[in-house]
Design a protein around this ligand. Structure first.
Ligand code: ASP
Length: 321
């Protein structure tokens, strides 16, 4: 009988924080532990892995310290446009939304697209209309004051010439001023079914209309009957190498979830130079948590245990230039 497990992440820091705030980090990790336990209990009460990842992501979408749902990062115009995806590895189906406004629980909208339409991905106004029709939001105010201040500071840095001129280096500007960032969850239930979900406001100061890896099945989210994976970091990097898909494939080919996440992170770093983070779980309940940045916020829970922290070690073999 498979061992049910839930793993969640609250984002990776892709550059060094301006100042360390261990108390705030600990609070964020405690919240993630509680969320992992809540999602695990939902499976104990009869829910599936899919229900568990949706619940975990919804709880993080409600917490403004995470960059998803309420409290999402603001784009160049100061608006919130969210991306999310969910995948049911057992039934090989998925749903996703990109660049949608006014939807707090984008993960539930992604699930509705998976379960109630023949499509995988809806974007922009179409996704928003669909949310309105289903009563899943569409007009919610997701702007959190702290994010307004981050965006203002980043714009100032750009204007004063301290910021980069090109979009590629603009992404490097992201010191992730907040405690954490994008959110995600992976789970395996007692029947061995696997699921993954990810949700985000994306990158601060992104161009309006930009869609990142969290909306792209195979890049930020993937699940099969062997493993499930969710990622965080500069989304363009995971899109270029189809990161989450490759993690799952490596587990299918015999690697452990930990080996697989480390391998793919090294590959992302080698090919794009960007820091990234992944969580993963295998059908046997083995987990993988790894990052190549400045800390991945994570937690996990199984029968009678809960674990978590800010993972700062990087995989062996990472060549930092
Ligand atoms: N991957 C997300 C994106 O690029 C951001 C993040 O993980 O923090 O939209």
């Amino acid at each position: 009988m498979p061992t049910p497990v839930v793993v969640v992440h609250g984002g990776v820091r892709v550059s060094a924080p301006r100042r360390e705030d261990p108390a705030a980090d600990e609070e964020a990790v405690n919240k993630l532990r509680w969320i992992a336990q809540s999602a695990y209990r939902a499976m104990e009460a009869g829910g599936s892995a899919l229900d568990a990842v949706e619940l975990a992501v919804r709880l993080m979408e409600d917490d403004p310290r995470f960059n998803a749902g309420y409290g999402s990062a603001l784009n160049l115009l100061g608006e919130v446009e969210v991306d999310a995806s969910i995948m049911d590895g057992y039934r090989m189906r998925a749903g996703a939304v990109g660049g949608v406004k006014g939807v707090r629980h984008a993960v539930s909208l992604a699930r509705a697209i998976m379960e109630r339409t023949p499509h995988v991905l809806l974007v922009g106004e179409g996704a928003r209309d669909f949310a309105r029709k289903l009563g899943l939001g569409g007009n919610e105010d997701l702007v959190y004051e702290t994010r307004v201040e981050y965006r203002r500071r980043m714009l100032e840095a750009l204007k004063s010439g301290r910021g980069p001129e090109r979009l590629k280096s603009l992404l490097d500007l992201l010191p992730l001023y907040g405690v954490a960032d994008t959110v995600g969850a992976v789970a395996v239930d007692s029947e061995g079914r696997l699921a993954a979900a990810t949700s985000t406001g994306g990158l601060t100061l992104k161009l309006p209309g930009r869609v990142g890896d969290s909306a792209i099945i195979g890049a930020g989210t993937y699940a099969s009957r062997a493993a499930a994976c969710s990622g965080t970091g500069i989304g363009e990097a995971a899109m270029l190498v189809l990161g989450a898909y490759r993690v799952v494939k490596e587990v299918e080919e015999g690697k452990s979830p930990q080996e697989a996440v480390e391998d793919v992170l090294l590959e992302i770093h080698k090919t794009t130079g960007y820091a990234f983070g992944f969580i993963s779980v295998g059908a046997d309940g083995g987990i993988g948590v790894a990052q190549t940045g400045y800390g991945l916020f994570w937690a996990a829970s199984g029968g009678g245990w809960v674990d978590g922290g800010v993972k700062k070690e990087r995989p062996k073999g990472l060549l930092v230039t």
